[in-house]
Design a protein around this ligand. Structure first.
Ligand SMILES: Cc1cc2nc3c(=O)[nH]c(=O)nc-3n(C[C@H](O)[C@H](O)[C@H](O)COP(=O)(O)O)c2cc1C
Length: 309
């Protein structure tokens, strides 16, 4: 809780996996809960990696909610049952993913324009016992009003919370946030609403809390990857950033089983988002590194430079 409002760490596929979540919570902390990136069924099977990421033995954060990518009822039921078998009784439903290959297959935000399919999905999910659902959605796929046909369907699953990112799927992660439509959702939806979008600092937390005093929480996505100490500035030290980085590098070294090229790509992808305000020269050296040995030298140099500042 910050300023009396619940703060949630949103799911960001490729970044906020169990290693990041566990390390973030132990080193920095701040969020009241963490959400897992969506799991999905591929070629009739739930991806093993996704199940491992959601397994209780791999998650040490006190409040963790796994997410499923909304799809055909039979696939969704399969994921819910698999999660239930692993002890999860609260599951988030993704109605927000904007990635075209997914959305064009009536999944994520792509499903928002098909209320009949949403109804079938919710109806199937509502029959599972001992599971509560939350929903994470956008305003619509390519129009900011598709939500109007979705909100009345929520009563089928009576969600514990509805997180809204006030953009359309077509907008992806850029462009104007449609706060008027968000306000309209608050006025229409009888379930607790969480605001999500462009919260990058503690000042933003205060600002959005003031703009939407009735929301039940704020969810932060990229802001916490960019600056993991965003919610606790006193922990914004090079040592803490380095600790997070090293824990991730160790975990991916083990996960990728010595594949240097893959490890290098994985670690470089972290730096596409992590610490964007670090010295440019040091960031550039990391992006240019052609081996893990060179990468490690560049990373040490970056943390050393941060220490000097
Ligand atoms: C690379 C990337 C991957 C994402 N993966 C997921 C995901 O798996 N599930 C989900 O609900 N949202 C996902 N999101 C959306 C974020 O949770 C969040 O809604 C979005 O980034 C807007 O919030 P922000 O401005 O605080 O980042 C992803 C966003 C990005 C940029």
């Amino acid at each position: 809780m910050i300023d009396g409002i619940k703060i949630l760490c949103g799911p960001v596929q490729g970044f906020t996996d169990c290693h990041w979540r566990n390390a973030h919570q132990e080193i920095f902390g701040g969020p009241d809960g963490y959400y897992g990136p969506f799991m999905r069924v591929e070629h009739g099977e739930i991806r093993k990696r996704d199940l491992a990421d959601a397994s209780p033995e791999n998650n040490t954060v006190p409040v963790f909610t796994p997410q499923i990518l909304a799809c055909q009822p039979k696939d969704a039921l399969r994921m819910v049952e698999a999660l239930k078998d692993r002890g999860h009784h609260a599951i988030d439903i993704n109605l927000g993913c904007p990635f075209p290959p997914i959305a064009l297959h009536h999944k994520g935000s792509g499903l928002l324009q098909y209320p009949d399919e949403v109804k079938k999905l919710f109806t199937a999910l509502s029959k599972v016992e001992d599971v509560t659902y939350s929903v994470k959605m956008r305003l619509g796929w390519d129009e900011p009003y598709h939500w109007r046909d979705i909100i009345p369907l929520l009563e089928i699953i009576a969600p514990t919370q509805v997180t809204v990112h006030p953009r359309t799927g077509r907008q992806q992660y850029k462009g104007v946030l449609n706060l008027d439509e968000f306000e309209a959702i608050i006025a229409t939806c009888p379930y607790p609403i969480v605001y999500n979008g462009e919260i990058k600092s503690l000042e933003d937390v205060t600002r959005y809390k003031q703009i939407f005093p009735s929301v039940s929480g704020l969810m932060i996505g990229r802001g916490l990857i960019e600056d993991p100490a965003m919610l606790c500035p006193e922990k914004a030290t090079p040592d803490n950033y380095c600790e997070l980085h090293n824990r991730l590098r160790d975990a991916y070294t083990e996960q990728l089983n010595g594949g240097e090229h893959q490890l290098l790509l994985k670690m470089k992808s972290l730096w596409e988002v992590f610490l964007p305000n670090a010295p440019r020269k040091a960031l550039k050296a990391i992006k240019k590194a052609s081996s893990m040995a060179k990468y490690n030298i560049a990373v040490n140099e970056l943390f050393y430079t941060l220490d000097e500042q």
